[in-house]
Design a protein. Structure first.
Length: 128
């Protein structure tokens, strides 16, 4: 199954984000919340945003695969999802206030993946 490749890659990114938070907690000696540290808050939100969008996108891609979506489409959705999430992470972290073209582009790309996978799932219900 194609989805397993992208779920695995995104799972590793999720673990890296988790480790990034832990390193920030050690750096700032904060065990709960963000301790008023903007850097730690960014790390927490990077992780949280990833956790909010990636599972849902993967579920939709999985369902599209179950409905017989072309392998090429599945690879495009998976690769673009990874690209969008990495753009979002870099855009959020590298700019002091978090506003950047990369961050916005990453959000748009992630929404596009969710939209395309959603439309595929809806249309496959009516076609089959």
């Amino acid at each position: 199954m194609v989805i397993t490749l992208y779920a695995g890659i995104l799972g590793l990114i999720y673990l890296a984000l988790s480790a990034f938070i832990v390193m920030g907690r050690f750096k700032y000696r904060v065990s709960m919340n963000d301790g008023g540290q903007t850097d730690l808050l960014k790390r927490i939100r990077m992780h949280g945003n990833f956790a909010e969008y990636v599972p849902f996108a993967l579920i939709l891609i999985f369902l599209a695969e179950q409905e017989g979506a072309p392998e090429t489409l599945l690879h495009i959705l998976g690769a673009v999802l990874i690209l969008g999430r990495l753009m979002h992470l870099l855009g959020l972290y590298q700019v002091p206030d978090g506003t950047s073209i990369r961050r916005a582009g990453g959000v748009v790309i992630t929404f596009l993946v969710i939209f395309v996978a959603s439309i595929y799932c809806i249309q496959s219900y009516f076609i089959y």
